[in-house]
Unconditional design. Structure first.
Length: 200
């Protein structure tokens, strides 16, 4: 997949601010319910194309191309999750996990680089290591716990540990209402991740 640098609207080229941090800011703006639709659209156009974007006469087309760019040409999610699971990871809450995972897999922290194209960041994020045996990055170990089907765990104590761990992880990293846990459940959850080499 080519890394785009420009979009064409009515035979006029608009340079894209392609650094991944700009795309992440646009993602945050797109999800901010406190911003009105017009302000949200203008903010995304400004972030990606600067003053020239605001002066574009065909802003609907420019916004359409901006969204296509941000979604890499299709409807893609920033962080993986199983479609049947009842949670959505909050990217901003997971930045520490992402930094640690990039360092584990690629030996670099994207946030320390002066520049990284949005498509390169996204592709590296989606290609982080996964393993059924736990030898993978921290982000995907946590996603694996969240995706675990507790109905398949026959041992009652182990099932409860996983349920408690999922509740704590959802509270810490997901866009969900806070789940209240007892001290006993929190200790059980912490013991579970510790057994997997995860310190929360």
């Amino acid at each position: 997949m080519n890394n785009p640098k420009y979009v064409n609207v009515d035979n006029e080229l608009y340079e894209i601010n392609t650094d991944f941090r700009i795309a992440l800011e646009c993602n945050t703006i797109a999800q901010d319910a406190s911003i009105g639709d017009i302000e949200r659209a203008m903010a995304i156009i400004y972030k990606l194309f600067g003053e020239k974007g605001l002066d574009c006469e065909n802003q609907n087309k420019l916004l359409e191309l901006a969204m296509k760019y941000l979604l890499l040409g299709e409807d893609k999610k920033l962080l993986k999750s199983e479609p049947h699971e009842n949670y959505e990871l909050d990217f901003n809450k997971c930045i520490g996990l992402i930094k640690a995972s990039f360092k584990f897999d690629y030996k670099y922290d994207p946030f320390e680089l002066k520049y990284l194209h949005w498509y390169d960041f996204y592709n590296d994020l989606q290609s982080l290591s996964t393993s059924e045996f736990g030898n993978c990055c921290i982000l995907n170990r946590i996603i694996s716990i969240l995706n675990q089907d507790v109905k398949e765990i026959k041992d009652n104590k182990q099932r409860q540990k996983v349920i408690d761990a999922q509740k704590m992880l959802k509270q810490k990293y997901c866009k969900e209402e806070k789940v209240e846990m007892t001290k006993e459940q929190e200790e059980s959850a912490r013991a579970f991740y510790k057994s997997l080499g995860i310190n929360i």
